[in-house]
Design a protein around this ligand. Structure first.
Ligand SMILES: *[C@@H]1O[C@H](CO)[C@@H](O)[C@H](O)[C@H]1NC(C)=O
Ligand SMILES: *[C@@H]1O[C@H](CO)[C@@H](O)[C@H](O)[C@H]1NC(C)=O
Ligand SMILES: *[C@@H]1O[C@H](CO)[C@@H](O)[C@H](O)[C@H]1NC(C)=O
Ligand SMILES: *[C@@H]1O[C@H](CO)[C@@H](O)[C@H](O)[C@H]1NC(C)=O
Ligand SMILES: *[C@@H]1O[C@H](CO)[C@@H](O)[C@H](O)[C@H]1NC(C)=O
Ligand SMILES: *[C@@H]1O[C@H](CO)[C@@H](O)[C@H](O)[C@H]1NC(C)=O
Ligand SMILES: *[C@@H]1O[C@H](CO)[C@@H](O)[C@H](O)[C@H]1NC(C)=O
Ligand SMILES: *[C@@H]1O[C@H](CO)[C@@H](O)[C@H](O)[C@H]1NC(C)=O
Ligand SMILES: *[C@@H]1O[C@H](CO)[C@@H](O)[C@H](O)[C@H]1NC(C)=O
Ligand SMILES: *[C@@H]1O[C@H](CO)[C@@H](O)[C@H](O)[C@H]1NC(C)=O
Length: 878
C-alpha cells in the first residue's frame, strides 16, 4: 500500500516535472521579438482574410512560426514576410477567382519592421497601400492617416506587390526611403498618376530588378539621356502604353543590364545601334510593338543573348544570317513581322541551345532548308509558318517538342506527319492548306487544334490522352461514330474536355455514345448536316458548360434528360427543326439560351425567370404564342448587368505556368444585323423574341431590365402603347419593335437613351410627333415608316400646327442627364463598358484584364491563345 502510494507520488512528481520542463522548453523556444509581434498585429489589422489563411497568427505563440513569417536564426527578428495568394484559372472564364485571397489595406511602417528584408504580398486583392504616413488607395480618397515616426531607410530588399489589380498608387515617393531595395515588382498596380515614376524608381540606389508590367504607365521619357540607375540588371516594363521610341537612358545604364522587357508597349522606331552598349544583354523582349526597319545584323554580336523576342512588330528586310552566331540563344521569336528573303539552316548555324523558336513568316519570305539538315538544337516549343510547299524535314528530328504550332502553310500531311504530331502534347495547326485525310488517323496530343485546314475524310479517332480537340472549319464528312463510339478506344477512360467539330460536312445522328465522354465541358457540332433528335444520353454530360448544336437538321423535342447538365451555361440549338415547348428545365445557372429559328411552340414558360444569370435569351423565329412573361425582372443579370466581368472562356493549364485560352462565342442579331460575339460575348445582354406569335402588351416589369443592351420584339402581334418607362433602360443600344400593333405616341423618354444607336419602330400604328432628341432625328426614315400617323423629322411629313411640341418639360430631361452621369460612373467602376461593339471599348476593357495576363503566342484569329500569369512568369525564362 505504502509502496504503491510512494510510487504514485514519484510518478506524480515526474509528471509535474515533465510538464514544467515542457513549459520551460516551450518558452525557451519562443523566439519571436515582442516588437515584431506587435508590428505584425498592426499589419494584420488592415487585412481582410476571407479564407482564414492567417489563422496561425492567433493560435501560435511564437510569431516566428506564423504562416508566412520567417525570423533570423541568430537575432530572432522577423526578416521575411511572404503571403502571396496562389490562384489557378478555373476551366471556364479566364479570370482568376480571388475570393480567397487577402484584401483590405497593406499597412507598413519602417519603424515597426526594422529588420524586414523580404516582403511578398503578390497576387492578392489588396485595395490600399500605406507605407509610413503616406496613403495610397484605389478611390483616391484620403484614409485616416496615423501620424507615425519613420526611419530614413527601411531594410527592405525584396518587395513584391504585383497582381493586386485593384490597387492604385498616386505616388511612389515612399521608394525614396527604401535605400536597400534590390527587387521591386509592382506589376498590375495602377501607377498612371505617378508621372514621375522613372525618377522615383532610381532612388533606391541598390535596385537591381524592376518589374512594372501593366501599370498603366505612359511616360517613358524617351529623350532623357541618363536615368540614375546604378545597379539595374532586370528591367521589365511590358504592357504599358508608352507610344515612343526606345528611351535614350536605356543605353547609358553604365554597368551590365542583362534583361530588358518591353512587351506590348506601343513602342516604335528602328532598333538603335546603341543597344550594342549593353554588352551583357541576355534577354531582349520587344514583342508586340510597332518597331520597324530591319532586324539589325549587329544583334549577332550580343554574344550573351539567350532570349531574342521580336515577334509581332513591323520589322522588314531579311533574317540576318549573323544571328546564327548567337550560340547562347534559348528563344528566338521573329514571327508576325514583314520579313522577306530566304530562311535556311545558315540562320541557325550555332544555336545549339535553342529551345523555343517562332518564325511564323508570311510570303515573300521562304524557307529553303537542306532536306538532310540535322539542326544543332532540340526544341521544346516551335511556332512555324512557312511559305512554299517545302515541308522543313528537319522538324522530324525534333524529339522533345512540348508545343508545335504551324500556321499559314501548305503541305501534304501523310502518315509520317500524323505520327510525328501524335508525340507532341500541344499541337496547333491552324489556317493552313493541308492536303490530308484524317480517316485513319489516331490523334494523341492533349491539345490539338486542326481548325481551318481543308482536311478531308472521316473523323479521326482519339486516344484517351486527348483533352482538347478543335477540328472546325474543315471538309470532314461521315458521321460521329469514329470519334465518339470507337470500340478500340473505349476501354480507356476518356479525358476529353473540349470538342469542336463545327463547320464541316458531318452527317448522320448525334449517336448514343455520349456516356463514353462524360468528362466533356464543351461540345460544338454546329454548322454540319447532322440530323435526328438530340439523344437523351447527352444528359450524362454532367460537367457540360457549353453546348452548340446550331445550324444542323436536328428535329424532335429537347430531351428532359438535359436537366442533368447542371453546369450548362450556354445552350445553342439555333437553326434546326426542333419542336415542342421551350425547355425551362435547362440548368438554372444558364447564361445564354439560343433557340432561334426552330419550330418551338407554346408559351414562354415563367420558369425561365428563375434563371437569374441569363444574359442572352434568343427565341426568335419560332411559333411561340401567348404573352410576354411579367416576371422577367427576376432575371437579375439583365437588371444589373454585373455578369459581364466574367468572360466566356476556357482555360487549360499548359507548360510553364501558362494557360491555353479558348473563347466561347455565339452569333446574335443585334442592331439589325448578324454579328459574331467571341471575346466580347460576356458584355452582351440581349432579349430577342422576334418573329413569333406573341400577343398582348409589354409587361411593365420588362422596363426594369436596365442592364439590357439589345431588345428585339419585332414581327409579333404585340399591342399597347410604348410607355415612358422605356427611358429606364439606359444601356439599350439596339431596340426593335417593328411590325407589331403598337399604337399611341413615341414616348419622349426614348430620346434619353444615350447609347441607342439602332431603333426600328416601323410598321406599327404609332402616331404623333417623333420626339426631339439628339439621336431620334439621326435614325433613318426606315426606323419610322409604315406607321399610321407619325410626323416630324426625319419623316418628311410635317406635324400640323395643333400638335403640341413635345419639349415642354426641360427639367425632366435634365433629370435624366444627371441620372445618366451616375450610371456612367457605375459602369466604368464595375469594369463594364456599355458601347462594347466599338473596338475602342474592347481595348479599354482589355486594359483592365490585361494586367493579370498577357498573351504571347499570337494567333491570327485569336481563338486559342496562351496567357501567362504575370506573377509567376515575369520573364518567360525557364
Ligand atoms: C535557420 O534554421 C533553419 C532550421 O533550423 C534552417 O533550415 C535554415 O537554413 C537556417 N537559416 C540560416 C540562414 O541559417
Ligand atoms: C470563387 O471561389 C469561391 C470559393 O471557391 C466560390 O464560392 C465562388 O462562387 C467563386 N466565384 C466565382 C465568380 O467563380
Ligand atoms: C484625387 O487626387 C487628386 C490629385 O491627384 C485630387 O485633386 C482629388 O481631390 C483627389 N480626390 C479625392 C476624392 O480625394
Ligand atoms: C535622417 O535624415 C535626416 C535628414 O535627411 C538626418 O538629419 C538624420 O540624421 C537621419 N537619421 C538617420 C537615423 O539616419
Ligand atoms: C446534307 O445531307 C443531304 C442528304 O442527307 C445531302 O443531300 C446534302 O448535300 C448534305 N449537305 C451538305 C452541306 O453536306
Ligand atoms: C466533373 O468536374 C469535376 C471537377 O472538375 C471532376 O472532379 C469530375 O471528375 C468531372 N466529372 C467527370 C464525369 O469527368
Ligand atoms: C412545326 O411543328 C408542327 C407541329 O408541332 C408541324 O405541324 C409543322 O410541320 C412543323 N413545321 C416545320 C417547318 O417543321
Ligand atoms: C420573382 O421573384 C419574386 C420575388 O422576388 C418571387 O416572389 C416570384 O415567385 C418570382 N417569380 C418567378 C416566376 O420566378
Ligand atoms: C398565332 O396566334 C393566333 C391566335 O393567338 C392563332 O390564331 C394563329 O394560328 C397563330 N399562328 C401561328 C402561325 O401559330
Ligand atoms: C390603329 O389604331 C387605331 C386607334 O388608335 C385603331 O382604330 C386601328 O384599328 C389600329 N390599326 C391597327 C392595324 O392596329
Amino acid at each position: 500500500m505504502n509502496t504503491s502510494l510512494s510510487l504514485y507520488a514519484t510518478l506524480f512528481a515526474w509528471l509535474l516535472y515533465a510538464i514544467m520542463l515542457n513549459k520551460v522548453t516551450c518558452s525557451f523556444n519562443i523566439r519571436c521579438h515582442q516588437k515584431d509581434k506587435q508590428a505584425l498585429f498592426n499589419f494584420k489589422q488592415g487585412i481582410i482574410d476571407p479564407s482564414h489563411a492567417l489563422s496561425s497568427w492567433f493560435t501560435q505563440q511564437d510569431c516566428c512560426q506564423w504562416r508566412g513569417v520567417t525570423c533570423d536564426n541568430i537575432t530572432s527578428r522577423v526578416t521575411h514576410l511572404s503571403l502571396p495568394c496562389s490562384t489557378t484559372l478555373p476551366t471556364y472564364t479566364d479570370k482568376t477567382n480571388k475570393s480567397l485571397c487577402l484584401t483590405g489595406s497593406i499597412y507598413l511602417s519602417s519603424m515597426d519592421f526594422e529588420f524586414l528584408s523580404y516582403l511578398d504580398l503578390g497576387n492578392n486583392d489588396f485595395l490600399a497601400f500605406q507605407f509610413d504616413s503616406v496613403t495610397h488607395n484605389y478611390q483616391n480618397q484620403s484614409v485616416a492617416v496615423h501620424p507615425r515616426r519613420f526611419v530614413n531607410s527601411s531594410a527592405l530588399r525584396y518587395l513584391d506587390l504585383s497582381g493586386n489589380e485593384n490597387l492604385a498608387m498616386n505616388s511612389l515617393q515612399w521608394l525614396s526611403r527604401m535605400s536597400s531595395l534590390e527587387h521591386l515588382n509592382l506589376g498590375g498596380i495602377d501607377l498612371h498618376k505617378e508621372t514621375n515614376w522613372l525618377q522615383v524608381v532610381t532612388m533606391p540606389s541598390s535596385l537591381s530588378e524592376l518589374y512594372l508590367m501593366g501599370c498603366q504607365l505612359e511616360n517613358l521619357s524617351p529623350s532623357l539621356k541618363y536615368a540614375n540607375f546604378s545597379a539595374l540588371r532586370y528591367l521589365a516594363l511590358s504592357e504599358n502604353e508608352f507610344h515612343s521610341e526606345l528611351p535614350k537612358w536605356l543605353f547609358n545604364i553604365s554597368h551590365g543590364i542583362s534583361r530588358i522587357e518591353f512587351r506590348s508597349c506601343s513602342l516604335r522606331g528602328q532598333l538603335p545601334k546603341e543597344l550594342l552598349n549593353l554588352r551583357d544583354l541576355e534577354a531582349l523582349v520587344l514583342e508586340d510593338n510597332n518597331f520597324n526597319g530591319p532586324i539589325p545584323d549587329w544583334l549577332g554580336e550580343l554574344e550573351h543573348l539567350q532570349y531574342l523576342i521580336l515577334g509581332s512588330n513591323l520589322f522588314s528586310g531579311s533574317m540576318p544570317t549573323k544571328l546564327g552566331n548567337l550560340s547562347s540563344l534559348i528563344s528566338l521569336t521573329v514571327g508576325g513581322n514583314q520579313l522577306a528573303g530566304v530562311v535556311s539552316e545558315r540562320n541557325f548555324a550555332k544555336m545549339s541551345k535553342l529551345k523555343e523558336m517562332d518564325i511564323y513568316l508570311s510570303p515573300p519570305l521562304i524557307f529553303d532548308f537542306d532536306p538532310h539538315w540535322v539542326p544543332p538544337f532540340q526544341l521544346a516549343q516551335i511556332l512555324l509558318g512557312f511559305a512554299g510547299p517545302n515541308f522543313p524535314m528537319w522538324l522530324y528530328t525534333q524529339r522533345s517538342l512540348e508545343s508545335l504550332a504551324i500556321v499559314e502553310s501548305s503541305f501534304e500531311a501523310q502518315g509520317k506527319f500524323w505520327n510525328f504530331v501524335s508525340k507532341v502534347p500541344e499541337v496547333q495547326i491552324e489556317e493552313n492548306l493541308i492536303d490530308g485525310n484524317l480517316s485513319n488517323v489516331v490523334l494523341n496530343s492533349s491539345y490539338i487544334d486542326l481548325s481551318s485546314n481543308g482536311l478531308k475524310g472521316g473523323l479521326p479517332r482519339l486516344s484517351s490522352n486527348v483533352a482538347v480537340v478543335l477540328l472546325s472549319d474543315n471538309l470532314l464528312s461521315g458521321d460521329l461514330t469514329p470519334l465518339l463510339c470507337d470500340h478500340k478506344m473505349l476501354s480507356a477512360e476518356s479525358n476529353l474536355l473540349y470538342l469542336d467539330i463545327s463547320l464541316n460536312h458531318l452527317s448522320g445522328g448525334l449517336t448514343s455514345c455520349w456516356r463514353n465522354k462524360k468528362s466533356l465541358v464543351h461540345v460544338n457540332l454546329g454548322g454540319n448536316n447532322l440530323t435526328g433528335p438530340i439523344p437523351p444520353s447527352m444528359g450524362l454530360l454532367s460537367n457540360l458548360t457549353s453546348l452548340h448544336l446550331h445550324e444542323n437538321k436536328l428535329y424532335g423535342q429537347i430531351p428532359f434528360s438535359l436537366k442533368n447538365c447542371h453546369s450548362l451555361l450556354i445552350f445553342n440549338v439555333r437553326d434546326n427543326n426542333l419542336s415542342g415547348n421551350i425547355p425551362h428545365w435547362i440548368s438554372l445557372s444558364a447564361k445564354a439560351l439560343q433557340l432561334s429559328s426552330n419550330n418551338f411552340t407554346g408559351n414562354i414558360p415563367p420558369q425561365i425567370c428563375q434563371m437569374s444569370s441569363l444574359i442572352i435569351l434568343d427565341f426568335a423565329h419560332n411559333t411561340i404564342s401567348g404573352h410576354l412573361p411579367s416576371c422577367l425582372h427576376n432575371v437579375t443579370a439583365l437588371v444589373f448587368n454585373n455578369a459581364s466581368r466574367y468572360k466566356f472562356s476556357y482555360s487549360f493549364p499548359s507548360f510553364h505556368n501558362r494557360y491555353l485560352i479558348i473563347d466561347d462565342g455565339l452569333e446574335l442579331v443585334t442592331k439589325g444585323q448578324v454579328s459574331e460575339y467571341g471575346k466580347n460575348l460576356h458584355f452582351v445582354t440581349l432579349i430577342d423574341m422576334s418573329s413569333n406569335n406573341l400577343t398582348g402588351t409589354i409587361p411593365s416589369q420588362m422596363f426594369s431590365l436596365t442592364g439590357l443592351f439589345s431588345l428585339n420584339l419585332s414581327h409579333n402581334s404585340l399591342t399597347g402603347k410604348i410607355p415612358n418607362e422605356i427611358g429606364y433602360m439606359k444601356h439599350l443600344e439596339s431596340l426593335d419593335f417593328s411590325v407589331n400593333n403598337f399604337w399611341g405616341e413615341i414616348p419622349q423618354d426614348l430620346s434619353s437613351l444615350s447609347f441607342l444607336s439602332y431603333l426600328n419602330l416601323s410598321f406599327n400604328n404609332l402616331t404623333g410627333q417623333i420626339p426631339s432628341g439628339t439621336q431620334m432625328q439621326g435614325f433613318n426614315v426606315l426606323s419610322y415608316i409604315g406607321n399610321r400617323d407619325l410626323c416630324g423629322p426625319p419623316l418628311t411629313k410635317n406635324c400640323s400646327q395643333d400638335v403640341k411640341p413635345k419639349d415642354t418639360e426641360p427639367t425632366h430631361e435634365d433629370e435624366h442627364k444627371s441620372e445618366f452621369v451616375s450610371w456612367f460612373f457605375i459602369g466604368i467602376e464595375s469594369g463594364f463598358v456599355t458601347s462594347f461593339l466599338g473596338v475602342c471599348c474592347t481595348i479599354f476593357f482589355n486594359r483592365k484584364w490585361r494586367h493579370a495576363y498577357f498573351k504571347f503566342l499570337y494567333n491570327m484569329r485569336d481563338r486559342l491563345y496562351v496567357a501567362i500569369v504575370i506573377k509567376t512568369n515575369v520573364f518567360r525564362l525557364r
